[in-house]
Design a protein around this ligand. Structure first.
Ligand code: MF3
Ligand code: CO
Ligand code: CO
Length: 276
């Protein structure tokens, strides 16, 4: 059985029940999501050969600071950076470092900004210069998976419908869905109920209701789905070292669909339906 509760202003930990947010929550998420998306817009022209992920991290920190926001990952469980930067075979939670990006790299930048207590969580893929066709294709497939997941995010559908939509398309395109990390409720908490798996069966999981706010953040690998965590305790990589890609939006379920809180104000991250 699933129970629901109005979102409480000061809840600090998951209660096992799914918060249903009101207009105040949606307004809070709109502001936080927009700023997080603006941060990625700001970084976009700097993701070029020779730039380091540590420098991008510093730029993200300065941007947050200048806008009165706090990066949620700073000091989160011992993490010490404002963004995660996951390059090539890194699936997620890559740690920024001083190594220059190289032509042909693909990099995910994931940022969560806290604005007035609300968490805007989003990530995109960036191509460093010219990239291989297989890398381009992987990015295209994962973006279409996010589109399809968002399309399935509406009242009456279930969390399993989102996962099924993503998995079906991903596997039809001969990519593998990572199982070890999931989307999550987001709001006053960084990670809340419900879990959003990026695989599954239609109709399974919990029913989506207006007021639910969560992320969809599929990770796809060109090879096998399996990951391992490096000795730094964070960096998740593909076990077979094949390329991996991820994109993420924070969304809220409305009466007739959903609202995307982390859309790019500059139109630098536009999702489109598959053509096939
Ligand atoms: N932003 C990530 C997510 O999408 C979480 C990063 S946690 C960190 O949920 F500590 F690795 F930064
Ligand atoms: Co997230
Ligand atoms: Co994120």
């Amino acid at each position: 059985m699933v129970t629901y509760a109005p979102a409480r202003a000061n809840s600090r930990r998951t209660t096992g029940i799914i918060p249903l947010h009101d207009e105040v929550g949606f307004a809070g998420m709109r502001a936080a999501g927009r700023l997080a998306a603006e941060a990625l817009d700001m970084l976009t022209p700097h993701v070029v050969p020779g730039m380091s992920t540590a420098e991008l991290d510093r730029m993200a920190f300065e941007f947050a600071h200048a806008h009165g926001a706090i990066p949620a990952t700073l000091f989160f469980r011992g993490y010490r950076h404002s963004v995660c930067t996951s390059i090539n075979h890194v699936v997620c939670h890559g740690i920024p470092n001083e190594k220059p990006l190289r032509e042909g790299d693909i990099v995910n930048i994931d940022i969560t900004l806290i604005v007035d207590g609300w968490h805007g969580d989003t990530s995109r893929m960036f191509a460093v210069g010219e990239i291989a066709r297989k890398a381009e294709r992987l990015i295209d497939v994962v973006e279409k998976c996010l589109f399809l997941g968002i399309e399935a995010a509406k009242p009456g559908n279930t969390t399993g419908d989102i996962g099924a939509a993503i998995q079906t398309y991903a596997e039809r395109q001969r990519t593998a869905v990572v199982r070890d990390f999931v989307g999550h409720g987001v709001g006053r908490l960084f990670h809340d109920e419900p879990n959003i798996m990026h695989f599954g069966t239609p109709g399974s999981g919990v029913e989506l209701k207006p007021g639910m706010i969560f992320t969809i953040e599929p990770m796809l690998n060109l090879g096998r789905p399996h990951v391992k965590i490096l000795s730094d305790g964070w960096t998740a990589v593909t076990r077979d070292r094949t390329l991996s890609a991820q994109v993420e939006h924070s969304i809220g379920i409305t009466e007739d669909g959903c609202e995307i809180f982390t859309a790019s104000p500059q139109g630098l991250f536009n999702l489109a339906p598959p053509g096939d």
